[in-house]
Design a protein around this ligand. Structure first.
Ligand SMILES: [Ca+2]
Ligand SMILES: [Ca+2]
Length: 182
């Protein structure tokens, strides 16, 4: 009887905490935000927000363990001209200090890792706010991809499961003592 009860408790606990590995990915396409000095009509800085809720993340049920942010910055094509002196610089900031970067714009996407406050914000409400500032030159922001990994709770435990467990427990309660009497 004790074994049966232990088994029921184990099943219940396993069902209740059924966490499965999950990955959420949100891609934002900016249709090319242009950064430049005033005379060229671009913006000096640009802020946007990733929202993992848009791709199925549920802040109260799911947990983000790690994430990576990949940002697509690219030159408008004049990088190699003498008056630009070949350098285009941007600073990328996410919540908190860790994970911020100052980068030279190239043809590669920029990868940013976890900042503690960014991680906290994602777990709290699924949001990650990013600000990109122009430091030098002129260039475009094409897109941004946030990939988060973690655990998701199987959001819908089949309804009959607790009932079946309850029934098993009741059957156990009735059968076990009778067996003992024999
Ligand atoms: Ca920051
Ligand atoms: Ca440029």
């Amino acid at each position: 009887m004790k074994k049966l009860l232990a088994l029921i408790v184990l099943c219940t606990v396993t069902l209740a905490s059924q966490a499965i590995p999950m990955q959420w990915e949100e891609r934002l396409d900016f249709d090319d935000v242009y950064f430049s000095g005033k005379h060229k009509g671009g913006v000096k800085s640009y802020t946007y927000t990733h929202d993992l809720k848009a791709v199925g993340f549920s802040p109260e049920q799911d947990y983000v363990g790690n994430y990576n942010l990949s940002i697509n910055l690219f030159d408008d094509g004049d990088k190699d001209r003498w008056f630009d002196k070949g350098t285009e610089w941007a600073s990328i900031s996410q919540p908190g200090f860790w994970g911020d970067r100052t980068v030279e714009v190239s043809y590669k996407d920029v990868d940013l890792g976890v900042s503690w406050r960014g991680w906290y914000s994602l777990n709290l409400d699924g949001l990650l706010e990013i600000t990109i500032k122009r430091l030098k030159g002129d260039f475009y922001l094409g897109g941004s991809t946030l990939t988060a990994t973690g655990r998701g709770h199987a959001s819908k435990i089949p309804e009959p499961a607790p009932f079946i467990l309850f029934s098993l427990a009741m059957i156990g309660l009735f059968i076990a003592p009778r067996k003992r009497r024999r």
